[in-house]
Design a protein around this ligand. Structure first.
Ligand code: SDX
Length: 392
């Protein structure tokens, strides 16, 4: 006889694990990375420093940060054999599907299983993936655009190199505009970890069977792809484009979102944990204004987003359900200003979330978490005897 089973679809009220990495307070709209408030981290830190913080639990000294950068750069190339897999995709393939496949394929070229009881082995696995992932992510954009892939430039920092991999054109110089690089760095920081969200829980669940790190991250990428999760940033832009094409009629889409017979949801709104503003959304909204102003971009989509946000925040349906803008509501407008294609938005989310996924996978293995195996509420047929086909 099993013990008492709590029936909790979607794990809305289930604490699946203990963790020391990220803290969320949904009522207060607070987010801490290893105890540091996201507002301070976003303003003062860098994405590589945040990677170190999430993985090691402490902010690095300058010497530790320099070494970490060097260790990651050791792995910022990917075997040419993987290009053959990339070539096999049609250019119309969604970048998230390509990224998940390419990440899983990495295990074929890094067959040595991570010895989870060896800190050196775990560190090497982390920097290997942190080095190779932006290369694979950039390949998916290059494939979608029919452009040749780029190779890492060791003279550049992590985020500059990622931008270089995404946009460098053969025979042309690429300007590394600090406004763009800073915006990208800040967006990657804001996506770096977020407690036990759907994709991180997937990475932990897959890893709990002692499947490898690359296989577990590949599963997390697939979970993130869904429009209810990381895929929302692409869906927000598609929604805003539709509203713009429909004359900017935000009220019409607000009514659609409230209509229970209409599957349409206000993308970029609502959150399982935040019943207040998502602190990341507040930071991204300010960054959005700054980046567009500094780049001299006047995108009417931003005005539509603000008009939609104002209308939703004043609407009883949304207020009564504590539905506020989440991390995905404004991020796509910045990605668009950085010339990142809409179908690449969730890949950008994945590049940001990678250090969080790795840190959570490592914590789960280092603390010997048991294999995840939830139970169910059975409502099917009671026991019955088999019937021969001749008698059916
Ligand atoms: C991310 O978990 C994380 O931390 C995720 C994330 C991270 O960093 O990893 O923060 C990233 O995934 C952000 C969320 C991105 N997704 C979207 O923007 C998609 C739109 N949002 C919704 O689908 C929804 O709000 C979820 C999925 C985010 C949360 O869903 P829940 O917690 O399961 O809430 P629910 O679906 O039960 O909704 C509660 C009520 C329902 O109405 P009633 O049944 O009470 O009448 O609110 C309504 C829902 O219909 N509702 C919405 C809505 N979100 C919830 N109605 C219209 N539009 C919406 N966006």
């Amino acid at each position: 006889k099993t013990g008492l089973i709590t029936f909790d679809p979607g794990y809305k009220n289930t604490g699946a694990c203990e963790s020391k990495i990220t803290f969320l307070d949904g009522e207060e709209g607070k987010l801490l990375y290893r105890g540091y408030p996201i507002e301070q981290i976003a303003e003062k830190s860098s994405f590589v420093e945040v990677m170190y913080l999430l993985l090691k639990g402490e902010l690095p000294t300058q010497a530790e940060l320099d070494q970490f950068n060097k260790d990651i750069a050791e792995y910022n190339y990917v075997t040419e054999d993987l290009v053959k897999i990339l070539d096999a995709f049609p250019s119309s393939a969604h970048p998230m599907g390509m990224l998940s496949s390419l990440t899983s394929a990495l295990s074929a070229f890094n067959p040595k299983c991570v010895n989870v009881h060896s800190p050196d082995d775990m560190y090497k696995a982390a920097v290997t993936l942190l080095g190779k992932f932006p290369v694979l992510a950039s390949w998916t954009q290059r494939k979608s655009k029919g452009l040749p892939i780029n190779y890492s430039n060791d003279e550049l920092g992590y985020v500059e190199n990622f931008y270089h991999l995404l946009f460098k054109k053969p025979g042309k110089d690429l300007e590394l505009n600090p406004v763009i690089i800073d915006a990208l760095d800040k967006l990657l920081i804001l996506h770096a970890d977020h407690e036990q969200n759907c994709s991180t829980s997937t990475v932990r669940l897959v890893g709990s069977s002692h499947a490898g790190l690359f296989a577990s991250i590949s599963a997390g990428i697939s979970a993130l792809w869904g429009p209810l999760h990381g895929g929302a940033n692409q869906a927000v832009l598609e929604m805003l484009d539709a509203i713009q094409a429909d004359g900017g009629n935000v009220e019409k889409y607000l009514e659609k979102a409230k209509d229970k017979n209409d599957p349409f949801r206000l993308m970029g709104f609502g959150h399982r944990v935040y019943k207040n503003f998502d602190p990341r959304a507040k930071i991204i909204k300010v960054a959005c204004d700054n980046v567009l102003e500094q780049l001299g971009i006047n995108d009417p989509i931003l005005d539509i987003a603000k008009k939609l946000e104002r209308a939703a925040l004043e609407d009883d349906y949304f207020k009564s359900r504590n539905l506020y803008p989440n991390v995905d509501f404004y991020s796509g407008i910045i990605y668009k200003a950085l010339d990142i294609p809409t179908e690449m938005f969730t890949v950008m989310f994945a590049v940001g979330r990678l250090p969080g996924w790795i840190a959570q996978w490592m914590e789960m293995r280092e603390t010997n978490q048991p294999i995840g195996r939830p139970r169910q509420l059975y409502t099917g047929s009671p026991a019955r005897d088999y019937v021969e086909i001749s008698k059916r």
